[in-house]
Design a protein. Structure first.
Length: 282
């Protein structure tokens, strides 16, 4: 009886400290990006903040004429789409294999996740040397292969998290209704994991789109978006680079807001019974 007020006071006293730490962390995370966004509205050629009365979209208009940047972005988007399209199903298959295994599960998972610990420069250089030995010329295929090795463990982890929602009793109920293993997987497991698979695809896409170290060693005459940005910064970046960063930041926030809005509306709707639907089909 005496300890409860003391514990409560300690808990309430710690909340301001945790709040301050949270605000500080969020400031450190978002301040550079917000600074870049505001600085991109500067009509001058030098990066810096200006008064709101001087805000201008000059460099955003000039951005439309930077064809090399958009060409590099288009090429990176193609690689990122190919990487995500491969990493998502392979990651799902690895997660399903891990869940079905009864022996050496830890070793299997360690082998998959170990690529997360290999520095990108070492992995890119090593893969480039191996591909040269088998006489594979650098191209978008080699870049996609390098990005796949980088994104696969993340896709596997996201799929493993999604599989936590698929309980053995759920699949057992589907089997009791007469569904075979493939039918139960398609009609029960996949719908439950839809959100995780979408997250896995988006995660792999973004990781590939922003990857620089591996692409540096695996790319040929092509130019990915991170390589273009790195080269532009070293050669004296044009303010259009900052404008593009601001546009990406705004688009990212808008995309996240739309996803949260869609998720909120989806969860607020009436629940649907997949098992009942499958029972009627059977």
């Amino acid at each position: 009886m005496i300890l409860h007020p003391i514990i409560g006071d300690r808990t309430n006293g710690g909340r301001p400290l945790f709040s301050i730490i949270t605000v500080l962390c969020l400031t450190i995370m978002y301040a550079p990006a917000l600074y870049l966004l505001l600085a991109s509205l500067n009509p001058d050629e030098q990066l810096g903040l200006v008064a709101p009365t001087r805000y201008s979209l000059t460099w955003y208009v000039a951005l439309l004429d930077d064809h090399r940047l958009f060409r590099a972005l288009e090429e990176s988007a193609v690689v990122a789409l190919a990487t995500a399209a491969l990493a998502t199903p392979i990651g799902l298959a690895a997660a399903l294999a891990y869940r079905a295994m009864t022996r050496m599960r830890g070793i299997f998972l360690l082998v998959i996740l170990s690529t997360m610990l290999v520095p990108g420069t070492i992995e890119g250089l090593g893969l480039s040397a191996v591909l040269r030995l088998v006489r594979v010329s650098p191209s978008w295929v080699t870049v996609t292969l390098g990005h796949l090795l980088w994104t696969l463990p993340f896709a596997t982890m996201v799929s493993l998290i999604g599989l936590l929602a698929v309980t053995p009793s759920t699949t057992a109920a589907a089997r009791d209704l007469g569904a075979g293993p493939m039918r139960a997987f398609v009609d029960v497991t996949l719908p439950i994991m839809r959100g995780s698979l979408v997250s896995s695809f988006i995660f792999a896409f973004l990781l590939s789109l922003n990857e620089h170290a591996r692409a540096y060693y695996l790319v040929g005459r092509q130019n990915t978006f991170p390589l273009y940005m790195f080269g532009a910064m070293n050669s004296g970046a044009s303010p259009t680079i900052y404008a593009f960063s601001g546009a990406v930041l705004v688009a990212s926030f808008a995309a996240v807001a739309l996803i949260f809005f869609w998720a909120a509306r989806r969860h607020s709707g009436p629940p649907t019974s997949k098992m009942g639907s499958m029972a009627r089909q059977i």
